[in-house]
Design a protein around this ligand. Sequence first.
Ligand SMILES: NC(=O)c1ccc[n+]([C@@H]2O[C@H](COP(=O)([O-])OP(=O)(O)OC[C@H]3O[C@@H](n4cnc5c(N)ncnc54)[C@H](O)[C@@H]3O)[C@@H](O)[C@H]2O)c1
Length: 267
Amino acid sequence: MGRLQGKVAVITGAGSGIGRATALRFAEEGASVVVTDLYAESADKVAAEITDKGQSAIGLAVDVGVEDAIKGMIEQTVNHFGRIDILYNNAVNNNPERSRRDRDLLNFDAEIFEWTMRVNTLGGVLACKYALPHMLKQGGGAILFTSSTSASAGEVTAFSYGASKAAVNWYVKTIAATYGKQGIRCNGIIPGVIRTPSQRAWSNPDMDAAFLDIHNSTRLGEPEDIANMALFLASDEAAFVNGSLYQVDGGISCATPMVSVVRKLLV
Ligand SMILES: NC(=O)c1ccc[n+]([C@@H]2O[C@H](COP(=O)([O-])OP(=O)(O)OC[C@H]3O[C@@H](n4cnc5c(N)ncnc54)[C@H](O)[C@@H]3O)[C@@H](O)[C@H]2O)c1
């Protein structure tokens, strides 16, 4: 029997990268998956990958920057599959033009800040607002967010991104505290550098080599590394795990940044 047998999962930003890998992993373990993404084509393609294997999924176009779309996502999930057990808030504003306008504090752009917070933070919070009544009626549910290492320390760029993920961390703990007594668990995942399509688009081989240097691991992360943690947190194996933020980061955070310098001096 699969580790998510009989459960219904909704994943945002699941047309690519971490969300896609998680949708495939959840379906392999018996979940019915609502694959949602800004782009209908991406969502449908991942849903088809799942159903082609005889597993259960539907694809939905959902812009998590729009409250009515989020409300519709939860309504369609419940109408189609009858319940909702797992909500994974994973979508991110990955628009390159908008990201470019988030790089310079002296030209801080309020519109970019508001949009980034809307997609990366508010989208997940509103999805909880609409999913929680169903989960509470069922007597429980598992909520996940994808956070970032950018949330936990200072940055020299992406000034709205880090703030949006720091706010995500607060909501993880707050939702966990508010609804833990009613059987809801809410946890976050903090990935290291993960080789997803958007990471490949903004990085280059030199940057990847420098990133690997600060990971205390043999390689950078793959989307499946995050999907495996999401699977554990979504499953009943994590029944006593609530309000936690899990680093799946190849050991970036286990040592001081000096380690990558000292390691070279020791050779
Ligand atoms: N890849 C990394 O190195 C890394 C590191 C830390 C955190 N993360 C986090 O992991 C999550 C997934 O990132 P990824 O690297 O898999 O990215 P990705 O670009 O591969 O996937 C993101 C998906 O979100 C969708 N999306 C964009 N705007 C949306 C919107 N308004 N509504 C709904 N969907 C939307 C995109 O279409 C895309 O399919 C994000 O929350 C990101 O912040 C990634």
